[in-house]
Design a protein around this ligand. Structure first.
Ligand SMILES: [Zn+2]
Length: 144
């Protein structure tokens, strides 16, 4: 029924670890309460314990969503920091690394998403390049 241990195996921050610990304590308490209520004939107690189980499952799902959101935001921050570190300059039709001249990087992806996506030549048309991420096509050496 519960798979909380595997869901949060990669938790790496204190807040998420505290949530996981609390969920595990609740799961253990709920399991004990259910075992006890199974021996009773009191349907009201059984209903309350079943409701508690449902609430713990809700909590588990919310925590899972927050964990995924945190991971996604961390990835985005890492990507933005990497792009920010690089100094690029716009030359004629695309962006290039100011120091290494690496590129061309897609101008739309850089301006709209702060991503450095390399554009590749559309063989056999040597003067045409295309972004593999957004599909933008440009003519090389043309001033945009
Ligand atoms: Zn692009």
């Amino acid at each position: 029924m519960y798979s909380v241990h595997s869901l949060y195996a990669n938790a790496d921050n204190k807040g998420m670890q505290e949530i996981i610990t609390t969920i595990n304590i609740l799961l253990a308490a709920h399991k004990k309460a259910k075992e006890i209520s199974d021996k009773l004939s009191d349907n009201e107690i059984k209903g309350i314990i079943a409701d508690m189980g449902g609430q713990i499952i809700n909590l588990e799902m919310v925590a899972k969503e927050r964990k995924l959101e945190i991971e996604s935001l961390k990835t985005e921050i890492k990507k933005l920091k990497t792009v920010k570190k690089r100094k690029v300059v716009f030359k004629d039709y695309a962006f290039f690394d100011r120091e290494t001249n690496e590129g061309p990087f897609c101008p739309d992806c850089y301006r709209n998403k702060t991503e450095l996506n390399t554009m590749s030549t559309c063989y056999p048309l040597d003067n045409l390049i295309k972004c593999g991420s957004c599909g933008l096509q440009l003519e090389k050496y043309r001033n945009y």
